[in-house]
Structures are given as structure tokens and as C-alpha cells.
Design a protein around this ligand. Structure first.
Ligand code: NAP
Length: 259
């Protein structure tokens, strides 16, 4: 299916690896020019080179921390006007609800709620003026089904979800859609890191921990960044113009709910 977005320009945040990279690859496959961002320049440049070679699209890179004001300013200056915004950043660390301080909450809310809000405030008005835009915020299945140890993530991402629920409906008449994409378990560095930590805590091998976790998913496997990217690209398509303010779960059916 031609998604009808060839020639558009997208900012994909936190995209040198993992889910962001999957999104960047899928959009590039549709002929979308990219602005890619991550903190580490080496992996970012390697990803940009691989995408240019595979898809022949223009790729601009900005090595910066998207969760800081200075980092966002650098990214926005390089990006200029974009048609598609995909917000993403690393997730907060796990822990116990009694241990989190005010500073821990502020840091998580800054990184996983207010960064996305600031990027939307900066870029969506231009999309509205031009009469077309797509925003996809990468959040987490924890918005629908909380993982207790990820309480900082649950808190910040639910806040972003509430913001989007109202804002998406205020901009839709200008041709701009805003939606959230909720990953379940996807085979990325972050998931592998979590499996390693849990394997150590339980005194089992990495493979045993990973297989036990995967057995709890109806598909019996993890998702791939490429599958996730393809769903995101569809939400950015012409065909998805009537999908507004939704929270789209990509989790292999692991959240056990009828609706
Ligand atoms: P990942 O494999 O660890 O990749 C993270 C990417 O983001 C890297 O390119 C990293 O590069 C970049 N990044 C991290 N922090 C950044 C920052 N402050 N500024 C700019 N770039 C940053 O992680 P992932 O699995 O793709 O996860 C992406 C998001 O989805 C996270 O918020 C995660 O919590 C959420 N999520 C993931 C899963 C899953 O199963 N994978 C499930 C639910 C939710 P640098 O380190 O060089 O900056």
C-alpha cells in the first residue's frame, strides 16, 4: 500500500536504535526525509548512513538530549518545518513506589511527558497553518496495564495521554492528527537490559528469563522494531487521516482486555 507521504519531512526523536530506529526506517521506506536524534553521535551517524544507503532519502542528524530545553532547541533549529513528528525518549528507571522522590517524579515527567508536549507546542502550529500534519507519541502499554515497578513511567505517560486526549481534538479540523502508540515487549536494547536485570535478580539465565516472559504473550514472542515502525508509518499515512486522539496498543495481545 502506498501511504501517500513520499516527499514529506519527519522529525523522529530518540531514533538511533530500538523503536525510534524502526520508525525511521519505515518512514524512509515511504520516501520521507528525516531528521534523526539521539544523544550518542556514533550510533546516530551509523543509523543515518544505513538509512540513506537503503532508502536514498535525505537524513539530517542532531546529537542532543531531547529531554532538555537546550537539546530540544538544537533539534528544532535543525528540523525547521516538519510534516510528521514522532516523539520518543528513553524510559525512566524501575524502582519501588516508596523510594521515588519529588525530583525523581519531576525528571520522569520532564522526560516522558513535558518533552513531548513542548515538541508538539513548537511544531503543531506550523502543521496547522499548512493544513496537514501527523504526530505520533511513543508511550507504553503501561498506560493501559501498569507495570508496578515502572511507576515513574506509568505516571508520566498517563499525563501525556491525558494532554493528547484533549489537544488532538482541538487540532484535527486543521488536518493534523495526534495519536499515541503503545509498545508492549519489543526486542530492543532496553528490553534486553530488563531481561538481564531480572535474570540476575531471579538467579536464572538470560535465555530462561526471556523465554518465561515471552511465554506470557499470546504470540509467544517479542515484537520487532520493524513491525512497530510499520504501524507508526501507517498512523502517519494519508489513509489514517480519520484516526484522532487514539491510543494504539502494539503488544501481541498481552494486555488482556476485551476493549
Ligand atoms: P532503546 O532500544 O534503549 O533505544 C533508545 C533510543 O533512544 C536510542 O537511540 C537512544 O540513543 C535514544 N535516546 C534515549 N534517551 C534519549 C534522550 N534523552 N534524548 C535523545 N535520544 C535518546 O529503547 P526502546 O526499547 O526503543 O524504547 C523507546 C521508548 O519506548 C522508551 O521510552 C521505552 O521506555 C518505551 N518502551 C519500550 C518498550 C520495549 O519493549 N522496547 C516497551 C514499552 C515502552 P542514545 O542513548 O544515544 O541517546
Amino acid at each position: 500500500m502506498d501511504l501517500g507521504i513520499a516527499g514529506k519531512r519527519a522529525l523522529v526523536c530518540a531514533s538511533s536504535k530500538g523503536l525510534g530506529r524502526g520508525v525511521a526506517g519505515a518512514l524512509a521506506g515511504e520516501g520521507v526525509a528525516l531528521v534523526l536524534n539521539a544523544r550518542g553521535a556514533e550510533a546516530l551517524e551509523a543509523t543515518a548512513a544505513a538509512i540513506r544507503a537503503a532508502h536514498g532519502v535525505e537524513v539530517t542528524t542532531v546529537a542532543a538530549d531531547i529531554t532538555t530545553e537546550a537539546g530540544r532547541a538544537a533539534v528544532l533549529a535543525a528540523a525547521g518545518a516538519v510534516d510528521i513528528l514522532v516523539t520518543n525518549a528513553g524510559g525512566p528507571p524501575p524502582g519501588k513506589w516508596t523510594d521515588w522522590s519529588r525530583d525523581d517524579f519531576i525528571a520522569a515527567i520532564d522526560a516522558n511527558m513535558l518533552s513531548a508536549v513542548a515538541l508538539m507546542q513548537a511544531l503543531v502550529p506550523g502543521m496547522m497553518e499548512r493544513g496537514w500534519g501527523r504526530v505520533v507519541n511513543i508511550t507504553s502499554r503501561s498506560v493501559k496495564a501498569p507495570l508496578a515497578t515502572l511507576g515513574l513511567s506509568n505516571t508520566a505517560r498517563t499525563g501525556l495521554t491525558g494532554f493528547v486526549a484533549g489537544m488532538a481534538r482541538q487540532v484535527a479540523s486543521s488536518g493534523v492528527t495526534v495519536n499515541n502508540l503503545l509498545p508492549g515487549s519489543h526486542d530492543t536494547d532496553r528490553l534486553r537490559g530488563g531481561d538481564m536485570a531480572n535474570a540476575r535478580a531471579r538467579g536464572v539465565s538470560f535465555e530462561a528469563q526471556r523465554e518465561a516472559r515471552r511465554a506470557g504473550n499470546p504470540t509467544g514472542r517479542d515484537g520487532t522494531a520493524e513491525e512497530f515502525g510499520a504501524v507508526c508509518a501507517f498512523l502517519c499515512s494519508q489513509q489514517a487521516a480519520y484516526i484522532v486522539g487514539q491510543n494504539v496498543l502494539v503488544d501481541g495481545g498481552e494486555v488482556n482486555a476485551t476493549i
